[in-house]
Ligand binder design. Sequence first.
Ligand SMILES: Cc1ncc(COP(=O)(O)O)c(C=O)c1O
Length: 387
Amino acid sequence: MRNTGAAGADRLIHLNTAGAGLVPAEVRRTMAEVLDREAATGCYETEGFFDGIINDEVYRRLARVLGAPVTDVALFDSATRAWCAVVPRLSLGPDDRVWVTPYEYAGNLISLFNLRDRTGCQIEVVPTLPGGDLDLEWMTANIADDVALVSVTHIPSGCGIVNPVEAIGRLLAPYRCFYAVDACQSIGQVPVDVQRIGCQLLTGAGRKFMRGPRGTAFAYVAPELRAALVPDFHDLHVARIDSATGYRIDDHSARSLELAERSTAAVAGFNTALTLFEEGTPFDHKEVFRALRATLEDIPGIELIAPGTEQSGILSFRHQDVAAETVRDRLAEQRINVWKIVGHHTPVYMAERGVETAVRVSAHYYNTLEEIEEFGRALRDTLGAGA
Ligand SMILES: Cc1ncc(COP(=O)(O)O)c(C=O)c1O
């Protein structure tokens, strides 16, 4: 499925799927159908009409895509909300250690810092090898039962390293810790299977490489992790006040972590995106990615920010003279979308490298080799024009 025609006035080269993917026509049509029906017949009535899709089919599809039991998946409106529905509810204490990596997403870290301040747990950063790969030998040597949580970002938003989440899952398996994987940038881009990873939590967004609507996200939460969470709140799709002083929970699945209110259009649109994903050949971007990397490596004055031996379709770079914002804006004038990233969104790694801003280019299967060539020409002109 291509997003552009040949070079022409209306063509768009979208190299910002790490921000949000281009929504396929089928997803847009589903959402428009929901909105039209809501306007014509009422929102709650429309929700009833789409009940089979938004309360059953979408969960079954998501569970299949993740390799998870359907009772262990839940929907949210952002990946951060999915993360915050689980991690802050962990019952930790001063003797517990939490491991993160230098690639942790800033929003996850903020919630972990609050958890640390509330519970006294200690946060430790897993070291990397000189090339940027996580030091698995260090992990193997240091893992012990006082590690309560290990959080690994599968692919960070600021640079395209693919962290070895399955190997990490194997090394953690004999130990007590819960294992959380942030799959926000990996789902839809590389295979993600919770059984193979061996994690108890996996969160992600629908809008990026899955090409779902904005305002869609999900979590896989294993039963043993759900059982360990401190109860906080249950919304009325799963709970019922049954006495003057108490309530009962009718649904103990992962959906018990959701809030009841959500957008029917977004959830139905996400179901269509999952359908297209299941029917398509989604991981077919390697040739385009190689071309993208070769294009950038060939341009003088560019410093690639690309740690690690395994790379995804996300590549970031800085130029010695031209600011990231200028690059983004000049390319946008030619209808080429790239993004200016800020170091403090992937704060540990970017601070180590001294990166405050950079240009992020992210390719997906709908990008063509011709588009990469055109992007390369436009980027050379942009940088040639100076600061
Ligand atoms: C790696 C990673 N984790 C988490 C998030 C947060 O996702 P959301 O904006 O849906 O909360 C992002 C957002 O870009 C991300 O790149």
